[in-house]
Design a protein around this ligand. Structure first.
Ligand code: GLC
Length: 748
């Protein structure tokens, strides 16, 4: 038996043996990724050439037929597919690959951002912006583990997740797939996701993770996806790089560069990023996959390559290993090698990296998934329970004046429910395919279930799903019903469903120049509230929304983000007090787009001169979230010493009491401030957090360990140092000063 076919042989030997047998075309074939045949077929009728150029989610290959992709697979010149969304197609394409001369199995990649939600019949969890509001890193790992199992049950081996970007601009449509604005929270949630997805990369339930997008796309010049990022090296190294480096340190198998140019160089041809930093500084030894036709954009958009072929050459020489996606790659790269522009050894490097992970995933031994078993894993009871629990923990109670919430159904005779997101699977959020109705609980369904054993009548006034095309008559209808109801619940927000790509208001390639509510939603809220009856606003959205009028005029607001398949149940359980909310904001909610950028860990001079006419404070700050219980912090202490040479540690302790009459969970946050430093530092930096369960009346002393790395900074030469001097340690329930106890420590 050839060594590469021998599962007992060391992987490195199998790789070398196989590499030695491959022609140049077969090698380049391994770096060649295409969209699925059915994806291509489904888009044939609808996609124009301009659509193809501009969008980053649907593709066709002009001049080619879907069947050709199958032929290329048989020839062994395709290494990977993406957007294959059924097990049948994955197994079918894999069988074709097994017919090729060397029978190298295909790698199937997919965006499993919150469960393998982009495929039908899978568990759909809350998206990452909400998951980050749980501050529950174990949960993130758990969800990743379950997602990996569901993916492998569909013969999918690689997810383009976690998005490790620090999201700082609410105009950007992709905030929802990130873990928010704080580098430490992003890092902790992202690392646990990498670990959960990959396991030891030696089992049949492991998948490759992909930390993306390197780098800067989450602070785009004008808030739109892919627009230039002009970010200083210092800000890159202190704010944007750390989560990526942590993801690489956690063993992430793949990295994806960002659409945008960074300080003049497209990320996709950026040697500094893909080689100097990623490989030489961070020691990354996985493989780099391009983002959607972004190598072509080096030529046809950024204009730093005169031909596509030149763009391919630049990108490969800068560190690119796999091309997402398209048919022109193989011939062009083979030509570049034959004409001496690229050494074949450079191609061998990429092929080694890719083959290594195909062997580690066991694809040579198990190239297929079993259709008989697939639905024993996908949507199994344990995964469903996790999705519901994650939704419950991800929802943030922003306002609850006069204790309107939790609602007691017995006190209400007639409850109005209205709004574009009250009765729609849109609660699943971006990166979700349509799911069976029985696998989605809408908010209206959740509410109806919660009041079922009371006399309350739920009256639903539909506003349609489309915020751009709301009907004033329906708004008026809701306002009329509100006058005869005892309670009003308006479910507003954004529209994210990908099967209505151009109707969305939030999600990938869906960026706004405003962060208010689209369409007649604010009108609806005002008119319903005019009834004088208590009106609750529930938001379903991926980006923060500046709902300032509601914040000033309504008694209660719930931020549900994109809570997933059980979002409706979780929202209703929180409204009616079956669940006590515990979520804390992973991203600042600004009052308006004019406040951007607005994030909590700003530099000291950021508001030295506050705005005039309008407040400088955000609507709701990072780390903020209410509970039906109340928590009191006292007796903050700090014992121990930290030395500038990096030795020592400090034990920070605080009493937290549940002074309310309901059991609850408090997310205690620890921030630091370096009072005087050689370079400016943020007014506060999150360095630890803990979920603390407290029964009504219970008090606990909670401990944090402050180690030197948590006080460290990068000096002028980007060396990590702990500078001597005074630090303020802050512990409390949110990032705002009035919620924090403070104590000083002195670094010797
Ligand atoms: C898109 C996104 C990227 C995603 C890829 C495949 O362009 O930018 O995050 O993984 O295409 O869907």
């Amino acid at each position: 038996m050839e060594t590469y076919k021998n599962p007992a042989a060391p992987i490195a030997d199998r790789v070398e043996d196989l590499l030695g047998r491959m022609t140049l075309e077969e090698k380049v074939g391994q770096t060649n990724q295409l969209v699925g045949v059915e994806h291509f077929r489904n888009n044939l009728a609808s996609l124009s050439a301009d659509d193809l150029f501009r969008n980053t989610a649907q593709a066709i290959y002009p001049g080619h037929k879907p069947e050709e992709l199958e032929e290329w697979t048989r020839q062994g010149i395709v290494g990977s597919f993406l957007h294959v969304i059924t097990l049948d197609e994955a197994n079918r394409l894999q069988r074709l690959a097994m017919e090729s001369r060397l029978a190298i199995p295909l790698l199937f990649g997919i965006d499993a951002i919150h469960g393998n939600a982009n495929c039908p019949d899978n568990t759909v969890y809350p998206t990452n912006i909400g998951l980050a509001c749980t501050f529950n890193t174990e949960l993130a790992r758990h969800i990743a583990r379950q997602t990996a199992a569901e993916m492998r049950a569909m013969n999918m081996h690689w997810t383009f997740n976690p998005n490790m970007e620090v999201a700082r601009d609410a105009r950007w449509g992709r905030c929802g797939e990130t873990y928010g604005e704080d580098p430490y929270l992003v890092e902790r949630m992202g690392v646990e996701t990498v670990l959960g997805l990959q396991g030891n990369l030696d089992g049949e339930n492991d998948v490759l993770a992909c930390v993306k997008h390197l780098i800067g796309g989450s602070q785009p010049d004008n808030g739109t996806n892919g627009s230039p990022a002009d970010i200083s090296e210092r800000t890159l190294r202190t704010t944007f790089f750390p989560p990526f480096k942590a993801g690489v340190d956690a063993g992430a198998a793949t990295v994806m560069p960002s659409h945008n140019e960074l300080n003049g160089t497209p990320c996709h041809s950026n040697r500094w990023l893909m080689t100097d930093v990623l490989r030489h500084e961070w020691g990354f030894n996985g493989f780099v996959v391009s983002d959607w036709m972004d190598i072509e954009h080096v030529h046809d958009l950024h204009g730093t390559a005169e031909t596509v072929e030149d763009a391919y050459c630049q990108s490969i020489m800068a560190g690119m290993d796999m091309h997402m996606h398209g048919p022109g790659w193989v011939d062009a790269v083979c030509r570049l090698v034959k004409e001496g522009y690229i050494d074949e050894q450079r191609i061998d490097d990429s092929v080694r990296r890719i083959l290594t992970y195909k062997f580690r995933l066991g694809l040579f031994e198990h190239p297929f998934a079993d259709p008989e078993k697939t639905m024993q894993v996908r949507l199994c009871p344990e995964h469903r329970r996790t999705s519901l629990e994650a939704a419950r923990q991800s929802i943030v109670l922003l306002k609850n004046e006069g204790g309107l919430l939790p609602l007691d159904a017995k006190r209400y005779r007639k409850i109005l429910v209205t709004g574009i997101n009250a009765q729609d699977e849109n609660i699943m959020g971006d990166w979700s395919a349509s799911q069976r109705p029985e696998n989605v609980v809408t908010i209206l369904e959740g509410i109806s279930h919660c009041v079922a054993d009371s006399d309350a009548e739920v009256v639903y006034v539909s506003q349609g799903w489309d915020p751009r095309n709301m009907d004033p008559k329906r708004v008026k209808r809701a306002a009329e019903v509100a006058c005869t109801a005892d309670l009003n619940i308006v479910v507003a927000g954004e529209y994210m469903m990908r099967y209505r790509w151009n109707d969305r208001t939030c999600g990938e390639d869906t960026d706004r120049s405003d962060i208010g509510l689209v369409g007649l939603q604010e009108e609806l809220i005002r008119q319903v509230a005019q009834s004088g009856k208590p009106t609750v606003l529930v938001l379903v959205n991926g980006r923060p929304l500046g709902v300032e009028w509601a914040a000033d005029n309504l008694p209660a607001i719930i931020e549900a983000w994109e809570p997933g398949m059980y979002g409706g149940q979780a929202v209703a359980e929180i409204l009616f007090g079956k669940v006590n909310p515990s979520g804390k904001l992973s991203m600042t909610i600004p009052r308006s787009v004019g406040q951007l950028h607005s994030y909590y860990n700003h530099k000291p001079s950021q508001y030295f001169h506050p705005y005039v006419c309008k407040p400088s404070s955000p609507l709701y700050p990072f780390g903020y979230g209410l509970s039906y219980a109340t928590f009191a912090y006292s007796n903050l202490s700090a014992t121990g010493e930290i030395h500038a040479d990096g030795k020592g540690q400090v034990d920070v302790a605080v009493d937290i009491a549940n002074t309310g009459d309901l059991d609850g969970v408090e997310i205690a946050q620890l921030y630091i401030r370096d009072e005087y430093s050689s370079l400016t530092r943020p007014v506060k930096e999150l360095k630890d957090f803990k979920r603390v369960a407290l029964k009504a009346g219970e008090s606990k002393r909670v401990h944090f360990t402050l180690t030197p790395d948590k006080l460290a900074m990068l000096d002028a030469d980007y060396h990590t140092v702990v500078e001597p001097g005074s630090f303020v340690v802050m512990v409390g329930s949110s990032s705002q000063d009035e919620d924090l106890l403070k104590i000083k420590i002195n670094v010797k």
